[in-house]
Design a protein around this ligand. Structure first.
Ligand SMILES: [Mn+2]
Length: 475
């Protein structure tokens, strides 16, 4: 990996040069990102880095890149230099058509639409160095490499890069831990004393939250019947004969003996199996590396990196992206309290969504895909998080690709997830969704394992049939 990594660093340094020039010329920079945890982490890292340089900039998150294109057509985008984060690699031509006159930096890890980079553009994407953007590095990792090239002191953002990668589920490959470029960033964060890592059960808050609360907070994997249900978690733990208190003090996961941990683990598995869930695939998701942010207070939702990612998602998917961006950039105090409230509401909302979509009529099984019909019941901004949850909770058959959708006006937002074994057998969801969406008048793209699309509502049936057929033929 070393040589591609060196080349990636070189490319990141070049991206930093372009941004540095913009800052030195006192140009107005515009940061544009998507609305998920990785995007907000990437943008937060860049916001923090630009603050430190006293640069003039605006930052905004968009649900779809078309929002920005529409504003550009109305002459409402005034910046001299535009930096795209976690978005843009699939739209190089469109971006060039609208912003060809300006300086543009694209920092993204989605599959690039083409290898050509227009003049005046800078395009940082790990696929150019032969690195897999789905597992090796996320947009926040790339933004971090750029920010480090801007200023050594920006190492303080290394934990945020880890948060973003976990938000994009880059830790999923049989074992739940980060690899590749992500692992290098983890190493750096650990060396600087900003992060602790441990191999353990992946409960949110293993070292500081009462056991039953930690289990109820755990949402990656999502544990149906347990996530969001402290009462159920308490009774499960008690029924396993595990003491929840030592004297007056609540016990935390880290206090448990190995024997107690395995009793807990097996207890969770039998609980899920008793609900008819494919417990063994969920079980695999429950063990791995836990990433803790050493400098965050223990009472916050920022201490556990996976939970931090959830908090950012909660901000982004409820129309409060700016709150998440600010927290990722380092703002605390009242804004953090607001973000934590958003996460609490979001957890409840997602638990409700999970109940809605696991009703038999909400799921349709086709030959190679399972379709989750969100209809008007699910907020379109939450479709992709929901798809990730369902795929991580192992609730659908492993041999099928998951497609979830929800309506917004006369459009349909689609989100798709495949397993690693699909990819090994040749599936590339990014290209399938891009081509099929394009053929029915929509647009789509993404990674081999995870992709999204936006299509006209009246083309939904045709779209699903064609995706099913394409998945079959790629297999
Ligand atoms: Mn991303």
């Amino acid at each position: 990996m070393n040589e591609p990594y060196e080349r990636l660093l070189y490319s990141a340094a070049n991206a930093a040069e372009v941004i540095k020039e913009c800052i030195e010329q006192d140009s107005l920079l515009l940061l544009v990102c998507h609305n998920d945890a990785d995007a907000l982490s990437a943008c937060g890292i860049m916001v923090g880095s630009l603050w430190r340089k006293d640069a003039r900039f605006l930052a905004r998150s968009v649900n779809r890149i078309d929002e920005l294109f529409r504003q550009a057509e109305e002459g409402l985008v005034g910046a001299d230099c535009i930096v795209f984060l976690d978005i843009g690699s699939g739209y190089v031509k469109e971006i060039h058509n609208r912003f060809g006159e300006r300086r543009v930096v694209i920092i993204d890890h989605h599959q690039p639409q083409s290898l050509d980079v227009p003049k005046g553009f800078f395009h940082l994407n790990p696929h150019f160095q032969g690195l897999d953007g789905a597992t090796q590095v996320s947009a926040s990792g790339l933004a971090y490499l750029v920010s480090r090239a801007l200023d050594e002191e920006n190492y303080v953002y290394s934990p945020i890069a880890v948060v973003g990668a976990l938000g994009d589920l880059q830790d999923k490959d049989g074992q739940r831990r980060l690899r590749g470029v992500n692992a290098k960033i983890v190493e750096e964060a650990v060396e600087r004393g900003l992060m602790h890592t441990t191999e353990d059960l992946i409960l949110f808050g293993r070292s500081f939250r009462p056991l039953h609360v930690a289990l109820a907070s755990t949402s990656s994997p999502f544990l149906p019947g347990l996530t969001g249900r402290e009462d159920a978690c308490y009774s499960l733990i008690a029924s396993l004969g595990i003491k929840v208190k030592e004297g007056d003090a609540w016990r935390v996961l880290a206090d448990l003996t190995e024997e107690e941990k395995s009793r807990l683990y097996n207890g969770i598995i039998s609980f899920l199996a008793s609900k008819g869930l494919p417990a063994s695939s969920i079980a695999r998701e429950l063990i791995g590396t836990v990433y803790e942010l050493a400098e965050e207070d223990r009472w916050t939702y920022l201490r556990d990196a996976r939970e931090f990612a959830w908090l950012l998602n909660a901000c982004g998917k409820t129309g409060n992206a700016w709150v998440g961006m600010a927290v990722a950039a380092g703002v605390r105090g009242g804004l953090l309290e607001e973000a934590q409230k958003l996460l609490e509401d979001y957890r409840v909302q997602m638990a409700k969504n999970m109940e809605l979509i696991t009703r038999p009529d909400a799921m349709t099984s086709m030959e190679h895909i399972v379709v989750i019909n969100g209809g008007d019941l699910i907020d379109e901004r939450q479709v992709s998080s929901l798809a990730s949850l369902i795929s991580s909770s192992g609730m659908i058959p492993q041999d099928k690709v998951l497609i979830a959708w929800a309506r917004h006006g006369d459009r349909i937002k689609v989100s798709a997830r495949a397993s690693r074994s699909h990819v090994e057998r040749g599936i590339n969801l990014g290209s399938i969704l891009s081509e099929v969406a394009g053929s029915v008048g929509g647009r789509g793209g993404g990674h081999n394992v995870a992709a999204g699309a936006d299509v006209p509502a009246d083309a939904l049936e045709l779209f699903l049939k064609e995706v099913d057929r394409r998945v079959g033929s790629q297999l």
